[in-house]
Design a protein around this ligand. Sequence first.
Ligand SMILES: [Zn+2]
Length: 320
Amino acid sequence: MAEPEMMPEPAGGTRDDRVVPFQIEGAHVRGRLVRMGPAIDRALSGHGYPAPVSRLLGEALLVATLIGSGLKLRNRFTVQAQGQGAVSLLVADYRAGGEVRGYAGFDADAVAAAGPDADPFALLGGGFLAMTIDQGPDTEPYQGIVPIEGGSLAAAATRYFDQSEQIVTSMRLAVAEAFDRRTAEGAHWRGGGIMLQRLGKGGEEAKKALDTEEAAEDWARAGILLSSVEDVEMIDPDLTPATLLYRLFHEDGVRVFEESGVAFGCTCSAEKVANVLRLHGQEDLKDMVEEGEIRATCQFCSALYRFDPADFLDDREAGA
Ligand SMILES: [Zn+2]
């Protein structure tokens, strides 16, 4: 079967680290597909977390990218999970322009006890998922908070739309360590996700159009097709986003819009870390001195910053 001309594929380039918006023709269904290779590998592998924690953080990064890339974002969109189980914290940032980063907080003993094949979502053990739109200085952040429930991070995340915008949303995510046959290197993290939303073109007319039986059938069919996607298809480096979308939605036809890039990136700097250190009292700072210096590691990218204690401690105490 011939493939439709939907999207020029970059010649010899990577198909990874892209967000592809699309629309199912005539079905009032829009969506976005994200495919991450080096971006998610850099964001995850630097931490050296146990595999189930990496998978969970990877899913949070995909959620942040799927939602953040669809916003008129000027600064940052953050997905933060506060878990009640072995994993107590996930933070995933998506910055305007497509940079992602994240970190996790967890009880190492409890994660180890659950084993390497533990269901990552179960490690959260409930709690809350906060999604925050930060448009930069002199603006109030907008935050939506939903319970961590529904059997997957994807299901929990879609409730954000039910609650904040009343847009019916469906999401699939896949994160795995995979070998790349072409480079014959070791395993790298890969991630893929697809989000579908039931949308009109805007306004009351569009809302009415969604009330028809046909529109309901369109949405149900799109959901069935989405649930038919195999995890491996979402992360397969040899299966382009365009081919995957065509495979899924070719009966209705799928239109692909301009894609955007995504990359790992951190905004930390010595100056920012120093400013955080200055919030500590003199006693705390003195306790932090190790081998004649104060060291601080960025939680997101693991960069190590080293400072001269004399820059932080009062003069009369620094020489003590
Ligand atoms: Zn950093």
